[in-house]
Ligand binder design. Structure first.
Ligand code: GDP
Ligand code: ZN
Length: 283
């Protein structure tokens, strides 16, 4: 049913639970109230406003394509958000059919080793070779999941593969830039068909627009540190108690980066977020 929304309800987002009434004759409906949200994924928007991405979610699938490439910085941003919400995330390595050798996969596994070391699962997937689709479907059963990642990552293709008869539009990669076209600007929720023999509720899957640069909600230094489990063994070893691990001498985190205990990309994303949060608070 195409529904109007009572004005006082403000903006609703994919995943919101609402109470609505139908007008059967007109085949339309009206949303009359919205239930309180748990776990809302949002990002800072223009002029300090918040842009909602999804509500009431309990699982984040970070979709990263083998081609054009995997961006650890983007993974880290979504992992911080997942941590802030206290919900699990996995990294879906998509389009693995494009890998030509075992070594190609090894290179990716190596790049993403920091994540597997602190317990984030990597799931190789491809709609072309039908890799990982059953595992992914089983993972999402009965959950409210959201797929995030750059546009062109293959999210629409995955959704089409997971939900037969849906046929949502698949954006074609621009030949010139290798970047995906922006096909959606709002998140859209799809119902997953129940697995054979399972309960009636198969779960929901929310597709989010490809956000060029997602930012988690600004937080304190200590809070951000707590979202970097790979830093934990070194924290407390710095000379200064409130060390920001940037310009301070005798910094245990920087030493760990030099000695290979912490991945450079993880250190860099941490510093970028810290700077962003600081700039945000000065506005
Ligand atoms: P979205 O922007 O994340 O929704 O990505 P799309 O699903 O629109 O896919 C972007 C491009 O990647 C399209 O040209 C797809 O044909 C291609 N693509 C999607 N999935 C796969 C895959 O598993 N393997 C390969 N080789 N290409 C894929
Ligand atoms: Zn330090």
């Amino acid at each position: 049913y195409r529904c109007a929304i009572r004005q006082h309800l403000g903006k609703l987002v994919a995943g919101d639970r609402v109470i609505w009434q139908t007008d059967i004759e007109k085949n339309t409906g009206v949303v009359i109230s919205a239930l309180p949200r748990t776990h809302e994924l949002s990002r800072p928007g223009f002029r300090g406003q918040t842009r909602m991405i999804a509500a009431n979610i309990d699982f984040i699938g970070i979709v990263m394509p083998v081609l054009p490439g995997i961006h650890p910085d983007m993974i880290d941003r979504y992992l911080v958000a997942a941590n802030q919400l206290g919900i699990p995330a996995i990294i879906i390595i998509n389009k693995v059919d494009l890998l030509s050798s075992e070594e190609d996969w090894e290179a990716i596994a190596c790049l993403l080793e920091p994540y597997t070391e602190f317990g984030i699962e990597l799931l190789p997937a491809s709609t072309l070779s039908k890799t990982g689709l059953d595992d992914l479907r089983a993972f999402m059963d009965g959950k409210n999941s959201v797929f995030v990642g750059p546009s062109g990552a293959g999210k629409s293709s995955l959704i089409n593969a997971l939900i037969p008869d849906l046929h949502i539009r698949v954006g074609t990669l621009s030949e010139a830039t290798g970047l995906g076209k922006h096909t959606t600007t709002n998140s859209i929720l799809y119902h997953l068909p129940p697995l054979n023999g399972s309960e009636l509720f198969g779960g929901n899957l929310i597709d989010s627009p490809g956000i060029r640069q997602f930012s988690p909600t600004p937080c304190s230094l200590n809070e951000l540190e707590s979202y970097y489990p790979d830093f934990s063994t070194y924290l407390g070893g710095c000379k200064y108690k409130n060390c920001t691990h940037s310009i301070e001498p005798n910094c245990a985190i920087k030493n760990a980066v030099e000695e290979g205990g912490i991945a450079v990309s993880r250190y860099q994303s941490f510093q970028r977020l810290l700077t962003e949060f600081k700039n945000e608070s000065e506005h």
